[in-house]
Ligand binder design. Sequence first.
Ligand SMILES: [Ca+2]
Length: 299
Amino acid sequence: MKKILVLTMMFLMLVNVNNANAQSQIEIVVDGEGVSFTDAVPFIDENNRTLVPLRTVGEAMGLTVNWDPKEGAVFTKKYTWENSPMHDDLDEDGINDAYLGLEKVIFKIGENKALYEESWYDKGNSPNENFPVSGGIGEIQMDTTAVIKDSRTYAPVRYLAEIFRYDVGWESNTVMLNYMYPLDKLGIQIEQVACWKDYQGWFLIVDDGSDISSIDILSVSVNKDLSEYSMLTEDEKKEVEGAGLDFGSYRTGFTVHKSIETGKYYNYKVKILVTMKDGTNKFGFADIYLYFDGQGGFI
Ligand SMILES: [Ca+2]
């Protein structure tokens, strides 16, 4: 079931990052906009982790932030069918009928784990039918605890950011958070074109008239481990087309150099940097599940 895989994905994304210079003021930039901190500013705790005032960053990410005396700091994001980052085909008729409609993350003070909840909704024929059809909860293990300081909740920004699909990067003393769009929201279609036991290949297809100028792969991980990859060469594109496949006006493609075993499942996470024709950048991600039946070939 895809919804269970979604939850699993959340925990796989959590990796460590080195801290910036402890002496410097930490700056946070969300989608290119600097976050203004007033009285509450980021600081580095005794575990050498950068803790940020969660409310300020959460609001900059467009999240609804509430303090619940019993639960802790609660961050929620609601989606509609149109703007949801994930859709699913629960009755397996080939047409998506459900969407991720609500995500909630709760940081409890003094605990080194946060709680994650998600709810999926039926597309429905009327608003009255938009009841949750499935959901799930999980825990996010953190490497330090959420704390209260001057009545503010502080925790590492990575956990909040990655749950809500932001890429987290450091540039000297600045934390860069960039929203990673699902590829379809960027107008990019991803099609697997080759599946061999030593390598797997995909096309990234962009419609004619798109505002996209170029696509670069930032990283590929397979079952959590970073994997070698290469962009498709002109020769490889010709070879695939020579196999009788025509994907129209594709822009580029990539090959992942991963040895896979027959009868096993693999989860590929691909981070993509898109440059638009106006020179701006957007981040994207593809989350691909693959079962290898041992029959290598072009798809
Ligand atoms: Ca369906």
